[in-house]
Design a protein around this ligand. Structure first.
Ligand code: PEP
Length: 252
């Protein structure tokens, strides 16, 4: 299974810094046997693409999208607009959007479907809060979020969804989830995928981990069965560190 590695800059880097990041990242040695994407703020996509030139690594990703094609949705960007621009991957359901912007499971599902229809890979984030984990609700939360997001998705569409397990308490906290604990949740996600899409997709679906991944702990995740890549926030702001993470995840 090819590893899927995605940087998420969150609300950092306007066009000037975005261009510089891409140029610095391109100077690094990058693995060929992995899918590498970088999720940049919408306003920085043009600069990132200009710096990429004809290079296709990293793939350009967006951090969010609206589900409608067009309309009176001030401030929003549609999947077709992203597609026209050459974006091939988009994060949906990031916990910061669920918890700060009140995005619901239903909205995340609509976004994922709309992206896939536009040929863009949805990276669907799911994960429990610290309080939910402590109350033993992890599986219930994951199930509710995941089922709402994947039920209407085509399992074998041209842009097969990637699922990111991102425990909310591990994001940006410097307290990563232990690989064996992440593995348990990944196994559960595989079970749900298999029940929803059919057994074939249990192993064909890429399930990645996100939450305080860095260049020191990436190796532990990549040697854990069932973790098919990572979503990296804070540590991806430095292009050399993200390149190092990519090289460790998928040695050339
Ligand atoms: C994220 O942005 O989803 C994330 C996992 O951030 P960090 O790597 O900083 O925890």
């Amino acid at each position: 299974m090819r590893k899927f590695l995605i940087a998420n800059w969150k609300m950092y880097y306007g066009p000037v810094k975005a261009g510089a990041w891409i140029r610095a990242f391109r100077r690094e040695r990058l693995p060929k046997d992995a899918d590498i994407a970088v999720a940049v703020p919408h306003v920085s996509l043009a600069a990132a693409r200009a710096s990429l030139g004809r290079a296709t690594i990293p793939a350009l990703a967006a951090q969010d999208v609206h589900w409608e094609k067009e309309g009176a949705f001030t401030g929003e960007v549609s999947p077709t607009m992203l597609q026209e621009f050459g974006v091939s991957v988009c994060i949906v359901g990031h916990s910061e959007r669920r918890h700060i912007m009140n995005e619901t499971d239903e909205m995340v599902g609509k976004k994922a479907v709309a992206l896939q229809k536009a040929g863009i890979i949805p990276v669907i984030c799911v994960g429990e809060t610290d309080a939910q984990r402590k109350k033993g609700q992890t599986k219930k939360v994951i199930k509710d979020q995941l089922i709402a997001a994947i039920t209407d998705l085509a399992a074998d569409g041209k842009a097969p969804a990637v699922i990111a397990y991102e425990p909310v308490w591990a994001i940006g906290s410097g307290k990563p989830c232990r690989p064996q604990d992440a593995r348990e949740v990944h196994d559960y996600i595989r079970e749900l995928v298999s029940k929803t899409w059919g057994p074939r997709y249990r192993d064909e679906t890429r399930i990645i981990y996100g939450g305080s991944v860095n260049e020191r702990n990436i190796g532990e995740y990549m040697t854990t069965t069932g973790i098919d890549g990572v979503l990296v926030g804070g540590a991806s702001l430095d292009p050399r560190i993200f390149a190092l993470i990519c090289r460790t995840a998928a040695p050339a």
